[in-house]
Write a protein that binds this ligand. Sequence first.
Ligand SMILES: C[S@@+](CC[C@H](N)C(=O)[O-])C[C@H]1O[C@@H](n2cnc3c(N)ncnc32)[C@H](O)[C@@H]1O
Length: 270
Amino acid sequence: MKAKNANVECRPSREKINRRTPDIKAKWNASKSERDLRASFYKTFSQCPIPENEVLQNLGLFISRQNLSQILFINEIYEQIVPVHGVIMEFGVRWGRNIALYNSLRGIYEPFNHNRKVIGFDTFEGFPTVHAKDGASEIIDVGSYGVTPDYEQYLSVVIDYHEKESPISNIKKTELVKGDATVTIERYLSNNPETIVAFAYFDFDIYEPTKACLSAIKSRLTKGSIIGFDELNHHDYPGETLALKEVIGIGSCRIRHSRYSPTQSYIVIE
Ligand SMILES: C[S@@+](CC[C@H](N)C(=O)[O-])C[C@H]1O[C@@H](n2cnc3c(N)ncnc32)[C@H](O)[C@@H]1O
């Protein structure tokens, strides 16, 4: 998907954005005092007195322990897939923080590997449907985890920037596939029959697309490929674990826990 317009001045007001996107406290189990602390810190961030030309170099000032853990988790996986040939697929992109990270990590660990494509699948409109196997948590609802209109165009601009900060930026290595992934995964693989998957990260949170995409990529994995999961064994998101149980089986693989994260996990294909 190509950015139509690099001008991102016309974004909706912060208030409108907050109204459109769901309260994601369920995902992180944040208490009221944690949410208040974060809201107050957001004010501190929004009033940052650092000059424009230095602010991006100083984002470490604002990254919380939890968000740093998320970066370290992705790094832990990326280091392991450097010797594995194939692409990275992220199932459930939302605002795209991991897509940006994969681009930077490729630039750090394998700057000349232009074969390492990154493909992100998302509706960019939140959950298109939910299934009885997804349980009854408050967040399990059609439209949950939606983003702002045309957000994928803004994300394309951000990704282009990250690609340009690393070698071989003339070859576009990231693709965003918009739409219901239960449909788009099959279309993508039939248009790209050469695809080998070195790393697939599952963060749809729900049963149907996780099952459909796991089934679709199963024959594209090689020894050493990694399948990462955001919510295995998570009571609010049972669908992700059920999909794994049905497609691969829980007893037939080693589900690894990362020291960086209480909820994320991964399987290395042996
Ligand atoms: C929890 S968010 C992903 C968060 C993201 N990986 C991150 O680290 O910030 C879940 C995403 O899955 C997407 N999603 C859920 N079901 C989908 C489907 N059937 N097809 C495409 N995207 C879907 C939602 O639109 C949402 O953006």
